[in-house]
Design a protein around this ligand. Structure first.
Ligand code: CP
Ligand code: NVA
Length: 314
């Protein structure tokens, strides 16, 4: 008997990058999230994931991802198991291929938060159950789905809106630009030199939607001009703590504050995936001000992820 990579045998659906899913599929996911949210609010979700278990593998800290996935599984009649960074030693105590195959014998889905994106890809290569990317250094697709749900709920549409992202061209920005391409928003990003969004991600977004406008700028004030959504994220992502000093210096002019916000559209909303480093990338008055939707956004992690869980695991 010859052992082979299980991916060759099973046409498994994973949620690793938004670009693996068509725009139409992502739009259906948001519709499902809207439906599940309204079902939950009118008395509770049907137990469509009864007896299903989700393993949650975390190589980095988390509040939203960890709690929203666990609560989401419970609302849908299933259960989640937390596996923290010191427990399984992903790729250290045991190979990723072995961990993926062992977990596949116990659970019906794996959600993983990792450093190297390749690690979540390897889990998906070897698992015979669906794998969800709960953040890697390259992308944060679950966050972007919650963001699009929030934008859709606020404006009642997504097409024709302009999202201005201020700051680091990081994992959150990488998923957002593809989400914008999938949902018909224009995307502008202002980053300091050396911290721009990668060309390969921009190519994916362009490829997906040739009609959208993507602008890479230096000046935050120019970026937020006429924006419907002003978005920011930390200047120092998990794993970059040693670069704190140089990053704080590089991003000094990239704070989302009241002065910058007055240059955006009057009805613009402010978004942040959280955790927020108040006084750094965003000021208290903006984060807690009338234009901020950051806590609705955080809540929508739950509803957007339920749609992903139902689509992959039921
Ligand atoms: N936004 C987000 O992913 O938050 P956590 O790191 O707390 O999961
Ligand atoms: N860019 C941040 C997002 C945290 C949710 C990080 O990777 O740490």
């Amino acid at each position: 008997m010859i052992l082979s990579n299980p991916k060759q045998k099973i046409n498994m659906r994973h949620f690793l990058n938004l670009s693996d899913w068509s725009s139409e599929d992502l739009q259906h996911l948001i519709q499902l999230a809207v439906d599940l949210k309204s079902e939950w609010r009118s008395g509770g979700n049907k137990p469509v994931l009864a007896n299903k278990i989700l393993a949650m593998v975390f190589q980095k800290p988390s509040l939203r991802t960890r709690v929203s996935f666990e609560v989401g599984m419970q609302h849908l009649g299933g259960h989640a198991i937390m596996i923290g960074p010191n427990e399984i030693g992903l790729g250290k105590r045991e190979s990723i291929a072995d961990i993926a195959r062992v977990l596949s014998g116990y659970v019906q889905g794996i959600m993983a938060r990792v450093f190297e994106h390749d690690h979540v890809e390897q889990l998906a290569d070897w698992a015979s159950v669906p794998v969800i990317n709960g953040l890697s250094d390259a992308s944060h697709p679950c966050q972007a789905m919650a963001d699009l749900l929030t934008i859709y709920e606020h404006f009642g549409r997504t097409e024709g809106l302009k999202l201005a992202y201020i700051g680091d061209g990081n994992n959150v920005a990488a998923s957002l630009v593809v989400a914008c391409a999938s949902f018909g928003l224009d995307f502008t990003i202002a980053s300091p030199a050396g911290y721009e969004l990668s060309e390969s991600v921009l190519d994916i977004a362009h490829e997906r939607n040739r009609n959208m406008s993507i602008e890479l700028l230096r000046d935050p004030a120019e970026a937020v001009h006429d924006a419907d959504i002003v978005y920011t994220d930390t200047w120092i992502s998990m794993g970059q703590e040693e670069e704190s000093g140089e990053r704080i210096k590089a991003f000094e002019q990239y704070q989302v504050n009241q002065k910058l916000l007055t240059k955006a559209g009057k009805e613009a909303i402010v978004m942040h995936d959280l955790p927020a480093y108040r006084g750094k990338e965003i000021t208290d008055d903006v984060a807690d001000g009338p234009q901020s939707v950051i806590f609705k956004q955080a809540e929508n992690r739950l509803h957007a992820q339920k749609a992903i869980l139902v689509r992959l695991m039921s």
